[in-house]
Design a protein around this ligand. Structure first.
Ligand code: FDA
Length: 305
């Protein structure tokens, strides 16, 4: 049943007709729990509040799969606007983005130009950029683009997904670049031919990747809501004397808020991923797919209106 729900929401995430309708009816239907508004102003306020509570942030201007060069440039402009807001309001925030929204499916020249524009301004303003990882079909290409940009910029990192068989080799491949990486389980629907179908195997691979990257001496963001993985990391850093400034925990805005606070109180770095923008629908559907229990929360929100 859970798998059926998951597939259903992942199908809806890609459905253009439903996307159009959802955008029209706005964030009223429960998405506001996970998305910091449709506009940058709203996101700035959310980040100020989170910073005040001791959280670091990575802001994400929502968007993926653009159809034209103009749209990709527009997306890049929105990222630049967000970087400028981080500097202007002195926010403790990085920026996350998706390469498909920068024109990755259109041409390498387009995506690299857009990325260089963002990274140059972000570098001047001291803002770090993380390239989110998308579906497995784009993983190799994303890693190639990251590698290319990492030669030119220091303020860039990317994501490795524990559910993919290839991730251990990717970590070895990236190792000489001493990359700052976010490690996650993986959020897309992937076939057994490329990804571990069983949760236990994903979790074991996740732990192995965390251990490898930390012991290689590189900065590691452990982005999960899973207490077993968080506890594993805490034990590991203690066992190997890994300093607090070599790793951080990350969670998504609106998910396990109390746990996020506890982690800050325990003295660890906790970064909250704060998405905003009118293109919130695909992101929202992936959150519902991850945890169908969130549906009841959303329904309660709708019924209360
Ligand atoms: P999992 O889903 O296995 O959940 C483990 C446990 O966490 C649950 O059993 C429950 O106890 C608790 N939990 C989870 N959700 C909860 C909720 N809503 N309420 C209460 N408890 C809950 N993916 C990707 O493919 N590319 C990317 O670039 C990113 N980026 C990214 C950034 C950040 C900051 C995060 C936190 C996550 C991502 N992800 C991602 C998503 C990631 O791949 C994954 O899909 C989700 O984090 C869910 O997996 P968990 O590791 O949280 O564990």
């Amino acid at each position: 049943m859970e798998q059926m729900m998951r597939n259903f929401f992942l199908f809806l995430a890609k459905n253009k007709a439903v996307t159009k309708m959802a955008k029209k009816y706005g964030l009223r239907f429960g998405a506001a729990r996970f998305v910091a508004g449709a506009e940058l102003d709203g996101a700035v306020q959310v980040i100020q509040n989170l910073n005040h509570l001791g959280f670091k942030v990575t802001i994400d201007h929502l968007g993926e799969f653009v159809d034209s060069e103009a749209e990709a440039k527009e997306m890049a402009n929105s990222c630049i606007e967000a970087v400028k807001a981080i500097a202007e309001y002195d926010l403790d925030s990085q920026l996350s983005l998706k390469l498909t929204s920068m024109g990755m499916d259109i041409s390498d020249e387009l995506v690299l130009n857009n990325m260089r524009r963002i990274l140059t301004i972000a570098n001047d303003m001291g803002v770090f950029i993380t390239i989110d990882m998308e579906d497995s079909a784009r993983c190799g290409h994303s890693i190639d683009l990251f590698t290319e940009l990492k030669k030119e910029f220091d303020n860039i990192g990317t994501v490795i997904q524990a559910y993919l068989y290839r991730s251990d080799e990717d970590l070895d491949y990236l190792d000489p670049l001493a990359p700052n990486l976010r490690l996650v389980k993986g959020a897309y629907k992937e076939p057994d031919s490329v990804a571990y179908p069983n949760k236990e195997d994903v979790d074991e691979n996740y732990k192995a990747l965390i251990k490898k990257h930390l012991l290689n001496g590189h900065y590691t963001a452990i982005a999960t809501h899973d207490d077993a993985i968080i506890d594993y990391t805490k034990e590991l850093v203690q066992q190997y004397n890994i300093p607090n400034n070599q790793f951080e925990f990350q969670m998504l805005y609106g998910i396990r808020t109390e746990r996020q606070k506890e982690i800050v109180q325990e003295g660890y770095k906790m970064r909250v991923y704060v998405p905003y923008g009118s293109d919130w629908y695909g992101y929202f559907m992936r959150r519902l797919a991850e945890r169908p229990a969130n549906v009841s929360f959303v329904l309660k929100g709708v019924l209360k209106k």
